[in-house]
Design a protein around this ligand. Structure first.
Ligand SMILES: Nc1ncnc2c1ncn2[C@@H]1O[C@H](COP(=O)(O)OP(=O)(O)OP(=O)(O)O)[C@@H](O)[C@H]1O
Ligand SMILES: [Mg+2]
Length: 196
């Protein structure tokens, strides 16, 4: 059954293909969905904190994290995107591009190719650019980046401070404009934002 969401002003619509896969059938607004997702995401975050991420930077970990973050919310949790979105690479190239990113990141860590903040922020940007999943890519890629930086001996990122990145507002605008700068080859604004 397809749920027809009523959107409060400023809410981001849920795509039709995503709405079809919604598990909790009682949810009728974006705000309810956000709250439901948040509880599920915490379970994923708890799981990730127990993983030896530095020795498991592979597709299995990336997918299992998404599954554990969204398994009570979306039937397609943990499965790759199978359609085009406004952002993201050609979906048929996701597996190979993701493997390349993960292998490259493991190499950069092992060989200390750059400072850890830059390494992890670049990884975050490339991961959201791939846009591995139909939804949840931003939250998933921020969580992995946080886990990675902590395991590398750094502090968790602040991602623009206390204001929620998920809701429309200045923090989200700053995040998106920093990502666009990174799209154009300038990683500095995203590194700054992550530590703001
Ligand atoms: N120009 C861009 N370049 C790279 N990544 C982008 C760009 N614009 C948006 N993104 C990423 O895409 C994410 C949105 O994708 P998606 O809806 O799958 O994730 P989400 O976790 O549901 O979203 P959100 O972060 O909004 O809660 C943003 O959070 C951001 O990380
Ligand atoms: Mg989304």
């Amino acid at each position: 059954m397809v749920i027809h969401f009523k959107y409060p002003p400023g809410a981001t619509p849920i795509d039709l293909d995503e709405a079809i896969g919604l598990i909790p059938k009682h949810i009728s607004t974006q705000a309810n969905l956000n709250a439901w997702e948040e509880i599920n995401i915490v379970e994923g975050a708890d799981w990730l904190a127990r993983q030896n991420i530095l020795h498991r930077l592979d597709e299995g970990l990336v997918r299992e994290l998404h599954l554990r973050m969204f398994n009570k919310t979306w039937i397609w949790a943990g499965t790759f995107r199978k359609s085009a979105k406004s952002i993201g690479i050609d979906w048929t190239q996701i597996a190979v591009t993701l493997k390349n990113l993960l292998d490259n990141t493991a190499y950069q860590i092992k060989n200390k190719v750059m400072p850890i903040d830059e390494l992890v922020v670049r990884f975050h940007h490339k991961l959201v650019l791939i846009h591995t999943f139909p939804n949840g890519n931003g939250r998933h890629a921020r969580l992995i980046a946080d886990a990675l930086i902590v395991k590398l001996g750094g502090k968790r990122f602040s991602w623009g401070g206390n204001n929620s990145i998920a809701t429309l507002g200045i923090t989200r605008q700053n995040y998106l404009s920093a990502l666009r700068a990174a799209d154009n080859g300038d990683i500095a604004p995203l590194m700054h934002f992550a530590r703001k």
